[in-house]
Design a protein around this ligand. Structure first.
Ligand code: 5AD
Ligand code: FES
Length: 353
């Protein structure tokens, strides 16, 4: 087993069986975390990048079985921020030092392309030095191209699972893994720094599924990979399913850091929700990004993808201070830079939009 870890550390390939073995065995976690941390420090030093997350809408036309804001959840409280409200979140964030804003929301048709594009260009003209990340679900290539033209730099769209059968068990008829993958390839080819990812311990997930997820990521080569434990939500068909495992999530973060040395890897809120020091443990296992909530405090509880989400009460400033201390206590420093991917050329003009 230590030989497999060593090979990953030196950038060599491992077989599917070896990867399965590594994923399912908990005996080498401390070695794995140590190696992942060494790789992360070599590439990114002790910097942890922060992204200001603004949850712009809890309306969603989709009905993913795991998600608390699915259209079928009648009990979900719905809200939609106005462009002015979103801009004021960005201003508050900018004053606090944030240089990346992530606009995330359900698939809400009220946020049409014109509204999104005008929002993005308003943010970019007021804060030209900041990166704008969108996370608004599946759209046509034309829509993505329009967002890119308006100035959006990055896009997050988890693939959720790279196995077709598993995908169908997590999503209603009409949602399709190939469509999801096409979106990701469109985003990449339009020059977005692109984030994919999956939940750990989602219902029906097998070790083979996780191997397939990693192989898909190798093919896609995303700049960001978001993974976090599945957490049940009472308003969904998966209300009674067990939550994902924190230790498996940490192990996967470390494996991803070894296999994708330069990737931006968040220690997610879901990880911090299942364990009080989950995000710090994530950082020590190779993660190098945290995404504090910049949404107005009044809506934070309503953006409920899963239950017991943390940091729904604190003011952004308090949250940031507490996070800064937490990051420092884990042995890292909070960085206020945009935190672009290492190999990303911001001046690139060879991308056809
Ligand atoms: N538990 C954990 N993560 C979830 N997500 C959605 N619902 C849940 C849940 N119940 C994740 C999905 C989605 C991202 C925004 O949040 O992976 O892509
Ligand atoms: Fe909104 Fe899945 S429930 S995209």
């Amino acid at each position: 087993m230590t030989d497999i870890i060593d090979r990953l550390f030196y950038g060599r390939s491992v077989s599917d069986d070896e990867l399965s073995l590594l994923i399912s065995c908990d005996e080498n976690d401390s070695l794995l975390f140590e190696k992942a941390d060494a790789v992360r420090r070599k590439v990114y030093g002790n910097e942890v990048f922060i992204r200001g997350l603004i949850e712009i809408s809890s309306y969603c036309r989709n009905n993913c079985f795991y998600c608390g804001i699915r259209a079928g959840n009648r009990d979900a409280e719905r809200y939609r921020l106005t462009p002015d409200e979103i801009l004021s979140c960005c201003r508050k964030g900018h004053e606090l030092g944030f240089r990346t804003f992530v606009l995330q929301g359900g698939e809400d048709d009220a946020f049409n392309d014109d509204i999104i594009c005008s929002l993005v260009s308003r943010i970019k003209s007021e804060f030209p030095e900041c990166a704008v990340t969108l996370s608004l679900g599946e759209k046509s290539r034309e829509s993505y191209a329009a967002y890119r033209k308006a100035g959006a730099d990055r896009y997050l769209l988890r693939h959720e699972t790279a196995d077709e059968d598993h995908y169908r068990k997590l999503h209603p008829a009409g949602m399709d893994l190939n469509k999801r993958k096409k979106c990701l390839y469109d985003l990449k080819s339009l020059g977005f720094q692109t984030g994919a990812g999956f939940m750990v311990g989602s219902p029906f997930q097998t070790t083979e599924n996780l191997v397939a997820d990693i192989r898909f990521l190798e093919e896609l080569k995303p700049e960001m990979i978001g993974i976090g434990p599945f957490i049940h939500h009472s308003g969904t068909p998966f209300a009674d399913r067990p939550d994902g495992s924190v230790s498996l999530t940490l192990r996967l973060l470390a494996i991803l850091r070894l296999m994708f040395p330069e990737v931006l890897l968040p220690a997610t809120t879901a990880l911090g929700t299942l364990l009080p020091d989950g995000r710090e443990r994530g950082l020590k296992a190779g993660a190098n990004v945290v995404m504090p909530n910049l949404s107005p405090v009044s809506v934070r509880k309503k953006y409920s993808l899963y239950e017991n989400k943390i940091c729904t009460g604190e003011e952004a400033a308090e949250c940031l201070n507490c996070l800064k201390n937490r990051i420092r206590s884990a042995g890292y420093e909070m960085s206020f830079s945009r935190g672009d991917h290492k190999n990303y050329n911001r001046g690139a003009t060879d991308v056809k939009i």
